[in-house]
Design a protein around this ligand. Structure first.
Ligand code: 6PG
Length: 239
C-alpha cells in the first residue's frame, strides 16, 4: 500500500490522472489493451474532466475498456447513475466507442443485472477470473467503498463476482464488485479528498481490523495506492 498525499484536491486529481495514464501505457504496452473499472459518486467527475482536458492525446483511448465498480439500481438515464456520470464526463467527450463501455444493465432489475454483469466479466476475460488493469475506488465517510457498505452480507462474500443487495443506509439497491473481485486487479487507486473523509481514512489505514465497521479495509492487493489531499489525511499518525 502506498500513500500519495498532496496539499490540495487539485494536486490529488493531477496525481491520479498521471497514475491512470502510466497504468494505461504499461497495460497497452504489455497486453495491447487497458481495462479499467471506474468509481461512482462525485469525486471522480473532476478526474474524468482532467483526463479529457490533459490526456486526450497521450492515452490510446481506442484500446481502453471501461467497467463500473458499482452502480445504483436506477435507469442509466437517471441523475444518480454512475454510468451516466461517466458517460457525460468521460465517454462522450472522448468519443469512446460504445462497444468499449460496459454499463450495468439495471433495466433487468438489480439481481438479474448483477448476474448479467458477472457473466459479461467472465466473457470479457475469456472465462478466466477478471483481472482489471486498474480499479478506481472512492471512500464514503462511513468507510464504505464501491457499494461495500458497513454490516452488509456482501462483505463476507468470498467469490470474485458482482452482487446486488439492498442498502438500507441509502434506501436503494446497489450492484457492486465484491472485495475479492476488486483485489484481483493489477492496480487499485483510492481517490479521497476533503476533510469530511479524514475519520474514514484513519479507520481504514490505521485502526484495528474491523471490516463490518470499516469495509474498505477489505481492499488489500499487490498494488493499492491512496491519492489523498492533506485534509483527508489529517487524522493519520503516519503519513
Ligand atoms: O456509487 C457510489 O456512490 C460510489 O461508488 C461510492 O463508493 C463512492 O465512491 C463513495 O460513496 C464516495 O463518494 P463521493 O466521491 O461522492 O464522496
Amino acid at each position: 500500500m502506498k500513500l500519495n498525499v498532496f496539499d490540495t484536491d487539485t494536486e490529488v486529481l493531477a496525481g491520479l490522472a498521471l497514475y491512470f495514464a502510466e497504468c494505461a501505457e504499461a497495460a497497452i504496452e504489455a497486453r495491447d489493451q487497458f481495462v479499467v473499472a471506474l468509481s461512482g459518486g462525485s469525486s471522480p467527475k473532476r478526474l474524468h474532466e482532467l483526463l479529457v482536458a490533459e490526456y486526450r492525446d497521450r492515452i490510446e483511448w481506442d484500446k481502453v475498456y471501461f467497467f463500473l465498480g458499482d452502480e445504483r439500481d436506477v435507469p442509466i438515464t437517471d441523475a444518480q447513475s454512475n454510468y451516466l456520470m461517466a458517460k457525460q464526463t468521460l465517454f462522450d467527450p472522448l468519443n469512446i466507442e460504445p462497444s468499449h463501455v460496459f454499463p450495468v444493465q439495471t433495466n433487468l432489475g438489480a439481481e438479474e443485472a448483477a448476474k448479467q454483469y458477472t457473466a459479461s466479466l467472465i466473457d470479457f476475460f475469456d472465462g478466466k477470473q477478471a483481472c482489471f488493469d486498474l480499479i478506481i475506488l472512492g471512500l464514503g465517510d462511513n468507510s464504505h467503498t464501491a457499494s461495500l457498505f458497513p454490516h452488509t452480507t456482501v462483505l463476507q462474500d468470498e467469490t470474485a463476482s458482482v452482487q446486488a443487495l439492498y442498502i438500507d443506509e441509502v434506501k436503494m439497491n446497489r450492484i457492486t464488485f465484491t472485495a475479492p473481485l476488486i483485489n484481483n486487479a493489477h492496480h487499485i487507486a483510492f481517490l479521497v479528498y476533503g476533510q469530511g473523509k479524514a475519520e474514514a481514512v484513519k479507520h481504514i489505514l490505521e485502526d484495528e481490523r474491523n471490516i463490518e465497521e470499516y469495509p474498505a479495509q477489505l481492499i488489500q492487493s499487490k498494488d493499492v495506492q491512496w491519492f489523498l489531499d492533506q485534509p483527508a489525511a489529517s487524522r493519520l499518525q503516519n503519513k
